[in-house]
Design a protein around this ligand. Structure first.
Ligand code: CMC
Length: 434
């Protein structure tokens, strides 16, 4: 059944007036059916009320599916476990953007396209010099990515499918360059140009940790771990940053401005900023013996402290991305011969929290951010770069969802309404009488 064909109708009735209205129920390919309320206000005079969109489907989408109760994540129908095991990030990018996995020839062509867009306009380096050296790299990302719209005018016409695809490729290709430049600027090292002979993750590592005076060699295990981290963060349905990108794009804003908006939304600690917050929290806990004290704080409603890296709006089961990352974490630490006491602390914290009634009752499980920071720290990234890496990887998801929105015939400008609780009309009081 197509999404536009109603599966059945539900009746909404007003016991005071005896009026009743039929509401169509639409069915997706899987997941909960939705009640179509698009004409509700016109027909009934009522709005619906759903702060935080806990029960609202804001669009229809073919990109990503999550079953939060079962802990399932699919991109275009493929499980995240299969994609993380068998694909590289370029294949996943192609899949998210185009809807199908590429064959060998398509993959090669796509890789070449992305590779040849990795350089940024030379003048962009001047932007960095305007920032303080101690600026948070996410602040730099918001500014520089937004500024891409000032440099690439030939891919800002959202009504031209070719320009949309060029902008998408540019964003996927340039994000590692922009992220690495943010890092280089913060440590006072020269910017490194991208290298076309390297893979996506390796090139990013080269631009981040390489220096002009000697060749940087990225171990295959680290390159693979980075690639896997990118895959695991590539898309996640209608989360806060993706919804931000969609709503920014719904007004017709150019893609670079929309992605800058997504980066801003991602920055918060309840969303992508959680990976940085997890490491800060583990450092703050410091020792296994302090875990009970912090768990008590996390449960105390008068204390703003939350267990970072725990809980998810949609997953009421173990986040499948966290499962893959936990395994990667062990492998990477072994490969790099790093024994990080924070990993032991994290594992202990996970065990204690998962057997605590508060967390069990609320179905609070570790999420993707719980283990990613430990891997990134072992590889050598400062905590301030963690959310930047999330943004880099999520860019493909944002552009895939943005493209889908632009071509959706049902797309309208995003314009929620409200339940007004302020003053009703009152008489103006001149300043000398207030
Ligand atoms: N520590 C302690 N209590 C928590 C936590 C936590 N991390 N998360 C949720 N709760 C409690 C919350 O206090 C509430 O309790 P009660 O029902 O007694 O009021 C209940 O669990 C439900 O929480 P909520 O805030 O209503 O749930 P939400 O769906 O609005 O929030 C969340 C989801 C991810 C924002 C939240 O779980 C959280 O703040 N987690 C920590 C930050 C984090 O790790 N974020 C990364 C999310 S995954 C990556 C991404 O998508 O960016």
């Amino acid at each position: 059944m197509s999404k536009s064909e109603p599966k059945k109708t539900l009746k909404l009735s007003d016991p005071d007036t005896g009026d009743s209205w039929d509401l169509s129920v639409l069915q997706g390919s899987t997941g909960p059916d939705v009640i179509d309320i698009r004409k509700l206000y016109a027909q009934t005079g009522y709005f619906t009320y759903d702060p935080g969109f806990t029960s609202t489907a804001s669009c229809d989408s073919e990109v990503t599916y999550i079953d939060g109760d079962e802990g399932i994540l699919l991109h275009r129908g493929y499980s995240i476990e299969d994609l993380a095991e068998h694909c590289d990030f370029m294949e996943v990018c192609y899949l998210l953007l185009r809807g199908e996995l590429p064959n060998a020839q398509e993959k090669e062509t796509f890789k070449t396209t992305i590779t040849y867009h990795t350089m940024v306009h030379e003048q962009m380096s001047n932007f960095y010099r305007g920032f303080r050296r101690d600026a948070h790299p996410m602040a730099v990302m918001v500014g520089v990515v937004g500024a891409l719209s000032a440099f690439y005018h030939d891919s800002t016409d959202i009504n031209d499918p070719e320009q949309r695809m060029i902008a998408s490729h540019r964003l996927i290709a340039k994000m590692p360059t922009i992220a690495a430049m943010a890092y280089k600027y913060s440590v006072g090292q020269p910017f490194m140009y991208p290298r076309n002979d390297l893979g996506y993750a390796e090139n990013f590592m080269h631009m981040t940790f390489g220096v002009p005076c000697e060749e940087y060699k990225c171990s295959p295990a680290v390159a693979r771990a980075m690639d896997r981290i990118f895959i695991l963060h590539a898309d996640h349905e209608q989360n806060a940053s993706t919804s931000t990108v969609r709503i920014a794009g719904s007004s017709g804003a150019n893609p670079f401005a929309c992605i800058a908006a997504g980066i801003s939304s991602l920055w918060g600690p309840a969303h992508g900023g959680a990976n940085e917050a997890v490491l800060n929290m583990l450092n703050q806990i410091g020792d296994k013996k302090n875990i009970p004290e912090f768990l008590e704080r996390a449960k105390d409603k008068d204390d703003p402290f939350r267990l970072m890296g725990f809980g998810h709006r949609v997953y009421k089961n173990y986040d499948p991305r966290a499962k893959v990352l936990k395994k990667s974490c062990d492998e990477v630490l072994k490969e790099l011969n790093v024994s990080d006491p924070l990993l032991e602390l994290a594992q202990e914290l996970e065990q204690i929290a998962l057997s605590d009634d508060y967390f069990v009752e609320r179905k609070l499980f570790p999420n993707v951010d719980f283990y990613s920071g430990i891997i990134l720290k072992a590889i050598g990234f400062p905590t301030s770069m963690f959310t930047v890496l999330f943004a880099l990887a999520r860019t493909v998801g944002w552009v895939a969802q943005w493209n889908e929105m632009i071509t959706d015939p049902n797309q309208k400008i995003g314009r929620p309404r409200q339940l007004y609780t302020g003053n009703t009309k009152r008489d103006f009081v001149p300043i000398n009488q207030r």
